[in-house]
Design a binder for this molecule. Structure first.
Ligand code: COA
Length: 191
């Protein structure tokens, strides 16, 4: 899956300069150093669960997930990895559910790249896996991410108190989910 997309929104020339000519493609093993550099950025770490000083070998371990239930995309600008987004489909009685994780380079946030990455994942979720529920957890003070997710159809489900430690303080998280279609009216009689 290789998509070379262009930014249609020409209203902001600076933004267009940042996000035009960005290639979105599947992550490859040789991307590990670039993904590591992305994940070690302070803004990326602030919004995600990454630890400081992530090594390339740790990244390689995380990237070793593969197979038919995992899609991981990277965004490339001028040979630099400037964004990443993954979708994992669960198994068994949760095979209708997927989980999203994503992040954009500190210098590129707020320019539509997150929307493009998430749109690409949602196309997989809707058109190739027919997922009913897509879930994620976001830091409660990550207003940009929450705004993006709400624009893309995610709803807030609840607050997870003291969910994680970040730079010496416990922070809350918000559980969010997007539902691809309406719930069935009736319940199965089988239990
Ligand atoms: C969160 C993150 C992935 C969002 O990516 P991004 O490229 O910055 O997001 P976008 O530019 O596509 O969207 C951001 C803004 O556009 C808005 N937007 C997105 N789609 C929109 C739409 N269809 N209509 C209107 N507005 C839209 C968002 O609501 C948001 O608005 P705001 O910043 O004014 O509140 C990115 O900021 C990031 O990686 N941050 C650090 C790591 C992180 O927080 N990861 C998320 C972990 S849950």
């Amino acid at each position: 899956m290789t998509t070379n997309e262009t930014n249609d929104d020409a209203s902001d020339i600076a933004n267009e300069w940042l996000v035009s000519d960005i290639l979105i493609r599947a992550v490859e093993p040789e991307d590990a150093p670039g993904v590591t550099a992305l994940m070690n950025l302070p803004g990326y770490r602030w919004g995600t669960m990454r630890l400081p000083y992530q090594s390339v070998s740790t990244t390689r371990q995380k990237m070793s997930t593969s197979g038919p239930n995992f899609v991981c995309l990277v965004a490339i600008s001028k040979d630099e990895i400037v964004g990443m987004a993954s979708l994992t489909r669960f198994e068994g009685r949760r095979s209708h559910v997927g989980a999203v994780g994503m992040g954009v380079h500190d210098a590129y946030v707020g320019n539509g790249l997150g929307s493009r990455l998430l749109t690409s994942l949602l196309e997989v979720a809707d058109d190739w896996w027919a997922l009913r529920r897509i879930e994620l957890t976001v830091n409660a003070d990550n207003a940009r991410a929450i705004s993006l997710y709400e624009h893309m159809g995610f709803e807030r489900e609840g607050v997870l108190r003291d969910y994680a430690l970040r730079g010496g303080e416990f922070i809350d998280a918000v559980s969010m989910a997007r539902f691809a279609n309406k719930p069935r009216a009736g319940k199965s009689s089988e239990t």
